[in-house]
Ligand binder design. Structure first.
Ligand code: C2E
Ligand code: CA
Ligand code: CA
Ligand code: CA
Length: 274
């Protein structure tokens, strides 16, 4: 038994060590990625359930790491948040999206708004608004083409600041969505006060649609959004069955592999804009 205990400890420290060195390695590689433009933005369409048309696009970052291939944002974003690199990554994303909007506009395509994911760590900084405004101004685009997605937990972190920043964004003409809704501590009293325009229902509630409890949750979130006069988006819609249910519950928008995975800007042009 003692022997096994020892081994267990060994395995444990080894794992910790592996995780630590992987982290360090990613941190260093991220530094290069920021400098050498190894990022790309993919776009995933968000569909208006009533018309079946693309209502907006969500910008999702991709890191094509030389010799490794694509690294998932679920792996590197949390590390970038810890190291502070998320600030320069966020800036890169916002600039790139502005450039893309301008480019599509110049090509004469009919635009739809593009939503950007903003890290809570970035959003809560006192100068977030100032930096964001500067990027949009420099991008020379109408702010109405940009939307922001922010998780509910990021908003709950510093409520005063969140409230003010959301107000400033609204004034500027930038719409805001509360991302991953249902997964954090949703304080419903604040939800009513936050000037957000949309709720994005987390994929976990959409996944097992045959489950009665998930159906009840979905139904209630959609109803809540309606009562608060918020638009509602269901994420991760993969099947016709899921779509049918959301349709019958009058969900406004859906997003998921059923329509399209996130794809490159060129792919978006070919499939949706031309
Ligand atoms: P998120 O904002 O909740 O984005 C939705 C994720 O669900 C995306 O994963 C998308 O590819 C995936 N997805 C969409 N439809 C489906 C579906 O039908 N089935 C399944 N299984 N998945 C679906 P992705 O692109 O890997 O991004 C993961 C997370 O990384 C995002 O979650 C977001 O939190 C973060 N992230 C991505 N891009 C950025 C960025 O530019 N900035 C920041 N701060 N975070 C980002
Ligand atoms: Ca999102
Ligand atoms: Ca989400
Ligand atoms: Ca998520």
């Amino acid at each position: 038994a003692k022997e096994r205990g020892k081994n267990k400890f060994y395995v444990y420290t080894q794992e910790l060590h592996n995780e630590y060195s992987r982290r360090l390695e990613i941190e260093n590689a991220l530094r290069e990625a920021v400098e050498n433009e190894q990022f790309e933005i993919f776009y995933q369409p968000i569909i208006d359930v009533k018309t079946g048309h693309v209502a907006s696009l969500e910008a999702l970052i991709r890191w094509n790491r030389p010799e490794y291939g694509f690294v998932s944002p679920t792996e590197f974003i949390p590390i970038a948040e810890e190291t502070g690199q998320i600030i320069s990554i966020g800036r890169w994303v916002a600039r790139s999206v502005c450039r893309q909007i301008k480019n599509w506009q110049q090509l004469g395509y009919s635009l739809v708004p593009i939503s950007i994911n903003v890290s809570g760590m970035d959003f809560q900084l006192p100068d977030f608004m100032e930096r964001f405004k500067e990027i949009v101004n420099e991008g020379e685009i109408d702010p109405k083409w940009i939307e922001i997605e922010i998780t509910e937990s990021a908003l709950m972190n510093d409520i005063q600041h969140a409230m003010q920043t959301l107000k400033d964004l609204k004034e500027m003409g930038v719409r805001c969505a509360m991302d991953d809704f249902g997964t954090g501590y949703s304080s419903l009293s604040y939800l009513r006060k936050f000037p957000v325009d949309k709720l994005k229902i987390d994929r976990s509630f959409v996944k097992d649609i045959s489950n009665q409890e998930n159906q009840a949750i979905l139904r209630n979130i959609i109803q809540l959004a309606r009562n608060l006069r918020l638009l509602v988006v269901a994420e991760g819609v993969e099947t016709q069955e899921e779509l049918r249910f959301l349709q019958s519950e009058m969900c406004d928008y859906v997003q998921g592999y059923l329509y399209s995975q996130p794809i490159s800007a060129a792919g978006i042009e070919d499939r949706f804009l031309k």
